[in-house]
Design a protein around this ligand. Structure first.
Ligand SMILES: Nc1ncnc2c1ncn2[C@@H]1O[C@H](COP(=O)(O)OP(=O)(O)OP(=O)(O)O)[C@@H](O)[C@H]1O
Ligand SMILES: Nc1nc2c(c(=O)[nH]1)N=C(CO)CN2
Length: 474
């Protein structure tokens, strides 16, 4: 591997690499029946990009990636659920490795040396790189309980006190990438008021953009629905310079550029299977926190559902609705399905992050939300986009929402209601800018301003969902 394959951190310093080559297993991937039936050898090479200094300084496996564990996971994907394409296998491996703590980026090559190619050939390889800016389009492989054992799998140990970030001698760059302008610093929301009891709606609306949606990932291979709230949460220590889209990391609170030092929780070694572990996300804030919620619906009377959902949120104790975005009609990102109606709600809350998650789930339930198909059609989806400046990756809650930075159906309405909004964390930045470059930006068909107080004719659903293909300007 040569220099152009290096990955650099935010300071331009080359990241260290852990390379694993030639991991092989019999797999049943392929488009032909005989491949599915007979299987063949698949081989993977993996390069993990990370900072290995902390592990080296303490000679401590807990601060690096256990290559034995990675090899087992990679082999399990190779031998696992059959798919048609080695692209998919590579994507799954990348998602699995990126979900490991400390990993900033990963290169994956999947070889299929016995591929059914009718001319003599040496090998066929798909080679990909994934990181926080180019997230894997697949779910991490999760081994059945007990399959992959780590040397530290000794059960739960008590959590130690929070470590000030500045106490870390070998990671001088830790503070910088976690900074983001506080939401509180965003300009006041322009919010014309509706009738009494109606939360304010902000404008102005954008013109229609028309045209098709972004490429649709395969729903069956995407997602992070990992089970009941709170289960199997938090492990491990400092997340250096980010780039871990899923998996387990401590909750951290980002500091404004010249704000107080960011605090990280000390390493949390392990968690007993099935035990509910409380962490910072369960702690109610000392001051009300600004949280941004994203709403979407494409089944049933979607506009009415969203309107009701806003009222339900406003009626939730500990949650105040500050402003509501225009209503956007958007092409579905994901499997083929009707257009969505999307809106963003700015709130202020005294609920802990997980209490807020439970509250939004309750609102989804009230409107008949069923989790049938990942990224499939739904009567109502409510996601937490941001909760103050909190950055966290746990099994049941990721903050900011891990896909918010690339979703025009969230970013565009958000930028309308709060033009100066900033998305904290890696991959974040000015929301209006992110909205302008998001892959699905052309799928935002139109926005309607007065949707909370008046019906939007073009938003009327067809019997099984919001009709697609129109570009009305209400
Ligand atoms: N920031 C977040 N907001 C909402 N849910 C989250 C968040 N982070 C993690 N989750 C978890 O994601 C799980 C699945 O959520 P949901 O079914 O709404 O996903 P989805 O809408 O199909 O996909 P997406 O998360 O990509 O919008 C939830 O049960 C929740 O525990
Ligand atoms: N346009 C659009 N596409 C989606 C949406 C959504 O709200 N709007 N939600 C999804 C899963 O949350 C998947 N795809």
């Amino acid at each position: 591997m040569n220099v152009q394959d290096d990955v650099h951190d935010e300071g331009g310093r080359r990241l260290d690499q852990i390379r694993l080559t030639g991991i092989s297993a019999t797999g049943y991937h392929g488009v032909f029946g005989h491949e599915r039936r007979d299987g063949q050898t698949f081989v993977a090479d993996v390069v993990v990009h990370m900072d290995t200094r902390r592990a080296a300084a303490g000679d401590d496996l807990a601060h690096t990636v256990d290559y034995g564990e990675v090899a087992q996971l990679v082999a399990a994907v190779l031998a696992g659920d059959p798919v048609d394409l080695i692209e998919t296998v590579a994507e799954r491996i990348a998602a699995t490795v990126l979900a490991r703590p400390h990993v900033q980026a990963v290169d994956v090559a999947v070889h299929k040396p016995q591929a059914p190619i009718t001319v003599p050939f040496g090998d066929v390889v798909v080679s990909i790189r994934r990181d926080r800016t180019k997230l894997p389009a697949a779910e991490p492989y999760r081994p059945p309980t007990g399959q992959v054992r780590r040397p530290t799998d000794a059960g739960a140990r008590p959590r130690t006190a929070p470590l000030p970030l500045t106490a870390d001698p070998v990671l001088p760059s830790l503070g910088a990438p976690l900074t983001a302008a506080p939401l509180a610093a965003a300009s006041p929301v322009p919010a014309p008021l509706g009738p009494p009891g109606t939360p304010p709606v902000a404008g102005p609306a954008s013109p229609p953009q028309g045209s098709p949606a972004a490429p649709a990932p395969d729903a069956s291979r995407l997602g992070h629905d990992t089970g009941p709230d709170g289960a199997g949460a938090v492990v491990v220590g400092p997340a250096p310079t980010g780039a871990v889209p899923t998996g387990v990391m401590p909750a951290v609170t980002a500091a404004a550029p010249d704000g107080p030092p960011t605090e990280l929780m000390a390493p949390l070694p392990d968690v007993v299977e099935g035990e509910i572990v409380l962490d910072a996300l369960d702690e109610p804030p000392s001051q009300p926190v600004r949280a941004v919620l994203a709403l979407g619906a494409n089944l049933g009377p979607a506009q009415e559902t969203l309107r009701q959902a806003v009222a339900d949120l406003a009626a939730t104790p500990g949650l105040e609705v500050v402003a509501v975005s225009p209503l956007a009609r958007t092409a579905a990102v994901g499997p083929e399905q009707p257009d969505y109606l999307n809106a963003v709600v700015l709130t202020r809350t005294t609920l802990a992050a997980r209490e807020l998650l439970r509250a939004v789930h309750a609102v989804e339930q009230r409107h008949g939300r069923e989790r049938l198909e990942h990224w499939g059609p739904r009567t109502l989806d409510v996601d937490i986009v941001v909760y103050g400046e909190t950055l966290a990756v746990t099994d049941d809650l990721e903050l900011p929402h891990p896909r918010a930075h690339e979703r025009a159906f969230v970013l565009q309405p958000w930028a309308q209601v709060d033009p100066d909004a900033q998305l904290p964390g890696l991959g974040g930045g000015p929301v209006a800018q992110l909205a302008a470059t998001a892959p699905d930006r052309d799928g935002v068909r139109w926005m309607a301003l007065d949707w909370l107080t008046a019906p939007v004719p073009a938003a009327n659903p067809e019997p099984d969902g919001v009709p697609s293909g129109e570009t009305h300007l209400p």
